[in-house]
Design a binder for this molecule. Structure first.
Ligand SMILES: C=C1C[C@]23C[C@H]1CC[C@H]2[C@]1(C)CCC[C@@](C)(C(=O)O)[C@H]1[C@@H]3C(=O)O
Ligand SMILES: O=C(O)CCC(=O)C(=O)O
Ligand SMILES: [Fe+2]
Length: 371
């Protein structure tokens, strides 16, 4: 197993390592104006379904972010999920590296991706789990496998958290379907089986918060993200040509559209650029649940959203191929889907060229055999 030089995250360093200094044009503005997001109250949903769908539609056509309250996720479970993050990230580095994320893999422990990237390193540690709703105890078993039996209870909490996020994701997908004038079950059925990711983000305090980023500017390559942030603040969204902060609201979850869902909606719903800034006072924690289709399911645009006014914008692809692209070939940023589309077309033309060459070669061989 590759052991990366752990990052000294004691937050006391006055001069942070140069690899964490981001270029001037990407440095954070720590006093970004607040973006007030529309709030969907799932508790009042039944009577106000069309109203909620309208609010989702308006937000998703603009910046792809909205809040959800009365979501039905137990507040005690959310609190425990935050508390247990401190347990894990407070461990010795040698303990955390028992779950070290391997190159090309999307799950496990990573400390600011030292070894994966050589510059613009994010000021964070992460622990990511794979979640498949029809694979019992997948999260719990992962923690026991890599961290030992004493982590069974720890894994149970994130197993339950993922199950709650999965249920909420499918409810939101019904709302997305309705808001687009599609059948309520259109997206829900597509994501019934999914292969999702839960990511725990731990952002230690940093003595130069205006020189680095907790998470760099990007749109999520995934389909739908449900984020719970603690009360520290640091999430920023790029909308109307400038950065806005998303103030933490107790009990509210932040939901955003990802690149895969943007492709499924033919670009009608926007997967928007966002980032996380850090501070020099306290650590910040967030839990991001990324809903993703089954790996081998073909992601193809909803036909009802393609017409002369809005011709098809993205190629068919599988989530497996987009995930591999972001893990092995391209660091997800604000242009991932366009870069991926070009990469898919290049792959297809290369395969076609190779196929033609092979075909010509076989033809000549075959023709030659007649002599
Ligand atoms: C599929 C994914 C790749 C990342 C985690 C999920 C969704 C968001 C992606 C990410 C957070 C975008 C910014 C860059 C990244 C490398 C990071 O800072 O963590 C991305 C994640 C990843 O590739 O691990
Ligand atoms: O921590 C946050 O507020 C945002 C993290 C994020 O965007 C991500 O993990 O994709
Ligand atoms: Fe994100």
């Amino acid at each position: 197993m590759v052991h990366y030089q752990p990052l000294a995250f004691d937050g006391s360093e006055s001069n942070i390592p140069s690899e964490f200094i981001w270029p001037d044009d990407e440095k954070p503005c720590l006093d970004a104006p607040e973006l007030v997001l529309p709030t969907i109250d799932l508790g009042a949903l039944r009577p106000a379904l069309s109203k909620a769908a309208e609010a989702v539609s308006e937000a998703c056509k603009r910046h792809g972010f909205f809040l959800v309250v009365n979501h039905g996720v137990d507040s005690g479970l959310i609190d425990k999920a935050h508390q247990y993050m401190d347990v894990f990230f407070g461990l010795q580095i040698s303990e955390k590296q028992k779950a070290q994320r391997k190159v090309g893999d999307s799950y496990g422990y990573a400390s600011s991706f030292v070894g994966r990237f050589s510059s613009k390193l994010p000021w964070k540690e992460t622990l990511s789990f794979r979640f498949c709703p029809h694979t019992p105890n997948i999260v719990q078993n992962y923690m026991v496998k890599w961290m030992g039996e004493e982590f069974r209870g720890f894994g149970r909490i994130y197993q339950e958290y993922c199950e709650a996020m999965n249920k909420l994701s499918l409810q939101l997908m019904e709302l997305v379907g309705i808001s687009l004038g599609l059948d309520q079950s259109y997206f829900k059925d597509l994501f019934e089986e999914n292969d999702s990711i839960l990511r725990l983000n731990h952002y230690p305090p940093c003595q130069q918060p205006d020189s680095t980023l907790g998470t760099g500017p990007h749109s999520d390559p995934t389909s739908l993200t449900i984020l719970h942030q603690d009360q520290v603040g640091g999430l920023q969204v790029f909308s109307d040509e400038k950065w806005h902060s998303i103030a933490p609201i107790p009990g509210a979850l932040v939901v955003n559209i990802g690149d895969t869902l943007m492709a499924l909606t033919n670009g009608v719903y926007k997967s928007c650029v966002h980032r996380a800034v850090v501070n020099n006072r306290v650590a910040r924690r967030s839990l991001a649940f990324f809903l993703c289709p089954k790996m081998d399911k073909t992601v193809t645009v909803a036909q009802g959203l393609v017409n002369a006014a809005n011709p098809r914008r993205y190629p068919d692809f599988t989530w497996a191929s987009l995930l591999e692209f972001t893990q092995r070939h391209y660091r997800a940023d604000m242009k991932t889907l366009d870069a991926f589309s070009k990469w898919v077309q290049h792959q297809e033309s290369t395969e076609k060229y190779e196929g033609d060459k092979q075909g010509k070669h076989l033809f000549l061989l075959h023709a030659g055999s007649k002599e």
